[in-house]
Design a protein around this ligand. Structure first.
Ligand code: C2E
Ligand code: CA
Ligand code: CA
Length: 592
């Protein structure tokens, strides 16, 4: 309660009398006021109180009310009730209907300066006489209302981002679990964690990290809109609760779109930061798990996503443990394949944007007799990295690439001088041995240093950056050209372009595909291209599938292009025939 100490202007009996006949108050207020002043009755009421006669004029107010509404003692005397604002009149008007038995209401009273102040008020007939005076009592509940709101905020709102917090998420999840028991539709829970966000804090400090989180939260809220309930679970982790009425594919697509909001780019202290996010997803279609279990399952899936190399959506399945076992099976199968040299490479041409002449080729590993479910490089490469056999795989690809390159250069004059790009895993780049390995392969097949180019991803650079950077510098010193792969998907990309002896960068196919439908991606691609030009670095756009993509990228000044429009990755032996076909097509169209 916020009211002042008692101080009275009226006595009960005198008010009753005066108000009842109405003469004294209306005719000669001063004496009446003085007549009441010696009594302290109204001040015995532990609330703001005001007494109103039957004509709607104030005949007395206690000190609490005066203080509350900023009036000086006696100032309200004889003033019309309307001075207290419309709510007061409404409240007093309602007594008639329900004979004073109503419960208190939240009303707003008008202060001397016209401000509206919230209070909890009630009113009654002063002497039970509907023709007589009425008493209104009010409790200040500004602070109560405010503090309830504040408490509600603290309990359920994240202080930094203003998003609902973990407790709010759990509450929401519980009510969805109850709803599903009552027959409502299936839903999904996603836990989203920013990859390597710690680096932002470590490099720029927590203050900047917090600022970035606020911006991420804002973007997330805007892009999620009404599609999902989104909360910050703490640190750099967010959670989403969304309807799940379609297929897993649709759900993944939605999530991928949503997690785009988290990836930026964000401009921070003159640096442009790109983030990636890992997502653990649980689909819920029955009431067999508690809210907490669902959250835990989503967390296991999230850990799994991190394990598998981050920047991905992993769906929780009870078979997750089963899968871990099957990863071991894949691992043994892959190990055997490596030992028996069962892995092959395919080559994909990279062409000059305007002339479409072959400039280089990318070697992509293939596992013909693959273990079921792990046939794509994107499936078995992470296993090889996780279980430590990536360097053996890379060695095999390097040797195969050198061998095929020497053969192809012999076989077709158009291929002389054409180099080959080799993808090398982060694990391999941690060891100096790669430098000698490449040198030995070149020597064995009589290739010049520029013939074998190494493609590295930013993810690789980040895994152990200082150590990896030393190895990369040694590679560059030995004459091996370095190509930065998947450019635009990693963290704080531009730094690496400055810091490392990079000769070319490849714009990730994700941006290429988006550039035609999203002006922001187009602007990004265009910026990357002008930056590269300014630094004298050559550029390749990946994933060119359509003529429109080709012409757009060429127009933006991208030098080289790679994609299904020109050729899919093919067995190396098919390359000479492709070169012939391509030359014939270009001759026929007069493009070359
Ligand atoms: P990456 O280095 O970005 O390779 C390009 C991927 O894009 C290849 O997938 C290629 O087949 C695919 N691609 C090429 N043109 C197009 C196109 O027009 N549209 C679309 N949608 N895709 C296109 P692939 O061969 O499945 O390889 C996937 C990833 O696995 C590679 O991505 C690379 O990170 C890794 N990888 C592949 N081969 C090797 C290898 O020999 N060693 C290592 N360490 N990693 C490899
Ligand atoms: Ca590559
Ligand atoms: Ca790539």
């Amino acid at each position: 309660m916020q009211f002042g100490s008692p101080e009275c202007f009226v006595s009960a009996s005198s008010v009753a009398n005066i108000a009842a006949d109405g003469k004294q108050s209306g005719g000669n207020p001063r004496p009446a006021q003085e007549a009441f002043g010696s009594h302290r009755f109204l001040d015995q009421i532990p609330a703001a109180a005001v007494l109103i006669d039957q004509r709607g004029r104030i005949v007395a107010s206690n000190r609490s009310l005066n203080d509350y509404l900023d009036y000086s003692p006696g100032e309200l005397y004889a003033a019309p009730l309307s001075i207290l604002g419309p709510d007061a009149a409404r409240l007093l008007g309602s007594i008639k209907e329900i004979d004073g038995g109503q419960s208190p209401r939240l009303v707003r009273l008008q202060s001397r300066r016209g401000e509206m102040r919230a209070c909890l008020a009630n009113a009654c007939w002063w002497s039970g006489d509907p023709e007589g005076a009425r008493l209104m009592c009010a409790l200040d509940c500004r602070d109560q209302v405010a503090s309830e709101q504040i408490l509600g905020r603290i309990a359920y709102i994240d202080g930094l981002t203003g998003l609902p917090n973990r407790a709010a998420f759990l509450r929401q999840l519980q009510s969805r679990c109850e709803a599903i028991s009552a027959g409502e539709g299936a839903f999904a829970v996603a836990r989203v964690d920013l990859d390597r966000f710690r680096l932002v804090n470590d490099t720029h400090g927590h203050h900047t990290g917090d600022g970035l989180l606020e911006r991420i939260a804002k973007q997330l809220r805007e892009s999620v809109n009404a599609e999902a309930f989104v909360a910050r679970m703490g640190g750099d982790e967010f959670a989403l609760l969304m309807d799940d009425r379609g297929s897993e594919r649709e759900l993944r697509d939605r999530l991928e779109r949503l997690s785009q909001a988290l990836t930026g780019p964000f401009d921070l202290e003159q640096r442009r930061i790109y983030l990636t996010a890992s997502v653990g997803l649980v689909r819920v279609s029955d009431n067999e798990r508690s809210a907490q279990e669902i959250l835990n399952n989503a967390e296991s899936a999230l850990f799994r996503a991190k394990d598998e190399g981050r920047n991905r959506v992993t769906v929780f399945a009870p078979a997750l443990q089963e899968q871990a076992r099957s990863r071991l099976i894949v691992f043994s199968a892959l190990q055997r394949a490596l030992r028996d040299s069962e892995l092959e490479i395919h080559l994909q041409p990279i062409v000059e944007g305007r002339s479409q002449a072959l400039v280089t080729m990318e070697a992509l590993v293939r596992w013909p007799d693959c273990y079921e479910g792990a046939c794509q490089p994107s499936q078995f490469i992470p296993i090889s990295e996780e279980l430590g056999i990536a360097p053996e795989l890379d060695r095999l690809v390097i040797e195969e690439s050198a061998r095929w390159l020497a053969y192809l250069r012999e076989a077709h004059p158009a291929l002389r001088g054409v180099p080959i790009n080799i993808n090398v895993s982060a694990v391999t780049l941690r060891n100096e041995a790669i430098v000698d390995l490449l040198a030995a392969a070149r020597q064995q097949y009589g290739l010049e240093p520029e013939a074998l180019r190494v493609e590295i991803t930013e993810t690789a650079l980040l895994s152990d950056s200082e150590h990896v950077q030393n190895v990369l510098c040694n590679l560059a010193r030995s004459g091996t050209p370095l190509v930065l792969d998947d450019f635009g998907t990693g963290y704080s990309s531009l730094r690496h372009v400055y810091d490392l002896p990079i000769c070319a960068l490849k714009i990730d196919k994700y941006f290429v595909h988006r550039a035609l439908r999203d002006p922001r991606s187009l602007a990004l691609v265009s910026t990357i291209l002008s930056l590269a030009r300014a630094l004298g670095i050559s550029t390749t756009a990946e994933g060119i599938e359509t003529e429109r993509q080709r012409s757009t990228l060429v127009r933006l000044g991208c030098e080289n292009l790679q994609g299904y429009l020109f050729a899919k990755p093919m067995p190396p032996a098919e390359l000479p025939a492709w070169v012939e076909r391509m030359a014939a097509t270009l001759d026929a169209t007069g493009d070359g």
